[in-house]
Ligand binder design. Structure first.
Ligand SMILES: Cc1ncc(C[n+]2csc(CCOP(=O)(O)OP(=O)(O)O)c2C)c(N)n1
Length: 439
């Protein structure tokens, strides 16, 4: 029987059991931030990734040489194309599905924006890491939209959009951010560890590059069982610098595993503009020699992402192995937290490692209004139908915050049991270390 050890807050408890340092103690798998890179070659225009492409040419190369402001050269066009294979594919989907995509993008943006406002306003109980996905929503919704419910996703530290797109429960997500017992991790995981295996969400995690092997494992399981499921590994441009990246893709090729590697190239690697990590023009070029499908797409265009993923899924389900998709996009806020952010205003302004001009230029290609305008221009939905979707998305977010505020604080025992795979053993060790009898 355990003794009552009194209330211990989450942070103290995690420190005591050693879990808080889990991601901090791993040796960084990422490349070294840039030093004095030489001036680079001219950039490319948005037209270059306005459509899915099979990589055919070596680019001028030069992420190594990039400087703040260079991401402007990769701006997507003002509007999503209304013609072409990707537009046709998306336009061919049932209206309910198209509206659902819009709802998911809105829910993701509004949930994070609401959290941002609450953090900045000093809401009681909100602290810790929070890596926003705002600006990148078309990648999560477009790629997951091409999956089946029982397919798997392995997320990153920046995964709120992935969770929401795969059906994550907003109430449980908000409760987790508020560290409530009703949260996904019973209040002991926070933003970066939200997982929902019932929906194939293998979880966000703080270990850059972990998604490669999580997805490979799920894909191997699917292959052994003959289920036809696929697994998506999301990763950033920084994670692509991990030595594990190439080896993961190569291993999946060797074993013809149904993995789709989805790179979210947001031009920012923590506080470095397009760090000295990717020596090629596109991240997708790193694995070009493996002779698998590679797509470089406008990541702010949901039709481009959806169509590339659809092809990659078809390839994987046909037993042909992995593909790589690179979505060119941009993150609006700081790497983590809300430096430069303001209540009631979008995006972080004034950060030292990027120009405000660059931020505003990308915001003018916001994937949400772009999709909305496309739906209206294609006569697939009306303004008022979409406004209704927006209002319902905001109502769901607000309800989730009310749910979280009304939640209960977790107790220490639950934390020990929930943060270790072998909870009972960990709990015993925890109590033993503190000299508490557990008989
Ligand atoms: C193995 C490992 N190394 C280093 C870190 C520290 N770290 C956290 S996020 C991050 C940058 C990741 O950049 P990127 O993959 O481009 O994703 P983004 O943040 O741009 O979405 C780093 C280096 C970590 N969490 N894990």
């Amino acid at each position: 029987m355990t003794q009552n050890i009194g209330r211990v807050d989450r942070r103290t408890l995690l420190k005591m059991i050693g879990a808080a340092g889990a991601s901090a103690t791993v040796v960084s798998a990422c490349g070294i931030p840039p030093g004095n890179a030489a001036a680079g070659p001219a950039g490319v225009t948005g037209a270059e990734f306005g459509k899915s492409v099979r990589l055919a040419t070596a680019g001028p190369g030069g992420n190594k040489a990039w400087r703040p402001g260079d991401a402007i050269k990769f701006l997507p066009p003002e509007a999503m194309p209304t013609r072409g294979a990707a537009a046709d594919t998306l336009a061919g989907l049932p209206k309910a599905k198209l509206l659902e995509f819009y709802r998911l993008m809105q829910a993701s943006r509004r949930w994070e924006t609401t959290m941002k406002d609450l953090f900045l306003a000093g809401e009681d109980g909100l602290y810790g890491s929070f890596h926003t996905y705002a600006g990148e929503e078309a990648i999560a919704v477009g790629s997951i939209g091409a999956l089946n419910d029982d397919d798997y996703i392995a997320s990153t530290h920046r995964g709120h959009g992935h969770l929401i797109a795969k059906g994550g429960d907003l109430d449980k997500m908000s409760a987790e951010i508020f560290f409530r017992q009703e949260g996904y991790n019973k209040g002991y995981g926070g933003s970066m560890h939200i997982t929902d295996m019932s929906k194939g969400i293998m979880g966000m995690n703080g270990i850059v590059g972990a998604s490669f092997y999580m997805a490979a494992g799920a894909a191997l399981r699917a292959k052994v069982r003959g289920t036809q499921q696929v697994a998506v590994a999301y990763f950033g441009d920084g994670a692509a610098a991990s030595p594990y990246y190439f080896s993961a893709v190569r291993s999946c090729v060797n074993e013809t595993l149904p993995v789709i590697f989805v790179n979210e190239n947001n031009f920012q690697y923590m506080a470095n503009p397009m760090a000295n990590t990717v020596p090629t023009k596109y991240v997708a070029e790193l694995t070009k020699g493996l002779d698998i499908p590679h797509f470089v797409v406008d990541g702010n265009d949901i039709s481009a992402v959806y169509d590339a993923t659809r092809q990659a899924v078809e390839h994987a389900r046909a037993g042909l192995g992995p593909s790589v998709i690179e979505g060119i996009t941009y993150r609006w806020y700081d790497h983590s937290g809300f430096a430069g952010g303001r209540v009631g205003e979008d995006a972080a302004i004034g950060l030292p490692y990027r120009t405000d001009e660059e931020v505003r230029a990308w915001m003018s290609r916001d994937p949400l209004p772009r999709y909305k305008q496309w739906l209206v221009a294609m006569d697939l939905a009306t303004e008022s139908e979409l406004a209704d979707v927006e209002a319902k998305a905001q109502a769901a977010v607000d309800a989730s915050v009310a749910y979280a505020r009304a939640g209960t604080d977790p107790n220490p025992e639950a934390g020990v049991l929930e943060t270790h795979a072998s909870g009972a053993v960990a709990a015993t060790q925890f109590y033993n270390r503190r000299g508490i009898a557990t008989s």
